[in-house]
Design a protein around this ligand. Structure first.
Ligand code: FE
Length: 335
């Protein structure tokens, strides 16, 4: 009996290396509450364990760099194409060839060199005060620079990558000169100093401090869930245009296989699963984001906001033009 137990323990001990060699290690700038249910579902379905470390994207990228070949990370996850581009640009990721990823993720929402892939879509759009603005008065991001919005605009700080990416994409659309005029116009129209986050900017709009702002829709969703009586509404800008500036600016949260992954095949399988219909709803819905896979419907709350045309710029441009965008915002005094 004792022998038998010892034998079982021995088998148990021997089986550990087999399991751990299949495990996937993720460094994630997305928080635990968002990714744990997803990874648990993956483990339940496949038997593959997923270990993860969460932190802000800056420290995680620094850690990947410092660890080099010795890193245990197979996959790096973060928000904003600007950050994903940065990771690829610093040589922290590797290209992935996968028909499944190509089929499930639209071309403008992954790296043209396939080093990272969008897994959820976030729309950066306008939110206005329904008591102060008729939707017909709103039209485009560019129009927020016109004098009719003098002292009526609130913005989040330019220090946030979301705004750097937005301005970077506008440079791609309009060139640097025209974009500088637009952003200068925004700054001239500010009712008050920029806010540290999207929610505070919307609260200022609701309180009548200003009439319109630019935010990611999931912050609007979260705020309205908490305070449904706020006089706020979403507006989808740039819908009627036919040029490069047509469509609502979208960005992604996403992931890429690390350069020195010990289990790159396992990391690719996890990525493919995250882009699959089943995982897409789990992933996007928790944070009121949009699925990246066009075959998957968003959550009910999100669907109720109505459909809109995306701007079709490849989101990688947000990274490529980020340095120009931050310098431009600095020049026009956008704090
Ligand atoms: Fe966010």
């Amino acid at each position: 009996m004792k022998n038998c137990l010892a034998r079982m323990l021995l088998i148990g001990a021997l089986s550990v290396p087999a399991i751990s060699s299949a495990e996937v290690v993720v460094y994630s700038a997305r928080n635990e509450q968002l990714i744990k249910p997803l990874f648990d579902a993956y483990t339940q379905e496949t038997g593959v364990a997923v270990k993860f470390v969460t932190d802000k994207e800056g420290p995680l990228m620094a850690r990947l760099k410092a660890e080099g070949k010795n890193t245990r990370a197979d996959l790096f996850m973060t928000v904003d194409a600007g950050n994903l581009w940065q990771a690829a640009n610093e040589g922290l990721l590797q290209p992935v060839s996968s028909k499944t990823l190509q089929a499930n993720i639209p071309g403008h929402l992954h790296d043209p060199d396939n080093e990272w892939f969008g897994l959820s879509v976030r729309a950066r759009t306008l939110v206005y005060n329904k008591n102060m603005v008729k939707p017909g008065e709103l039209s485009t991001y560019e129009d927020l620079a016109s004098t009719k919005w003098k002292n009526r605009l609130c913005l989040r700080t330019s220090k946030k990558v979301y705004n750097q990416s937005l301005v970077a994409m506008m440079i791609w659309e309009h060139g640097e000169g025209k974009t500088e005029d637009i952003v200068k116009g925004w700054v001239g129209n500010l009712a008050t100093a920029p806010f540290p986050d999207d929610t505070k900017a919307m609260e200022a709009v609701a309180a009548g401090q200003c009439d319109v702002t630019v935010v990611n829709t999931y912050y609007y969703g979260r705020l309205m869930e908490k305070k449904p009586t706020l006089p706020l509404a979403l507006f989808w800008p740039n819908q009627g245009l036919k040029n490069k500036a047509a469509g609502v600016h979208v960005n992604v949260s996403g992931a890429g296989v690390t350069k020195h992954a010990k289990n790159p095949q396992g990391a690719i399988k996890l990525l493919e699963w995250l882009a699959s219909a089943k995982a897409q709803n789990l992933y996007a819905d928790v944070n009121l984001e949009y699925p990246v896979n066009p075959q998957v419907q968003p959550d009910k709350t999100v669907t109720a906001w109505g459909g809109f045309k995306h701007n079709l710029i490849n989101v990688a441009e947000a990274g490529k033009l980020q340095a120009k965008a931050t310098m431009l915002m600095d020049r026009v005094g956008y704090k």
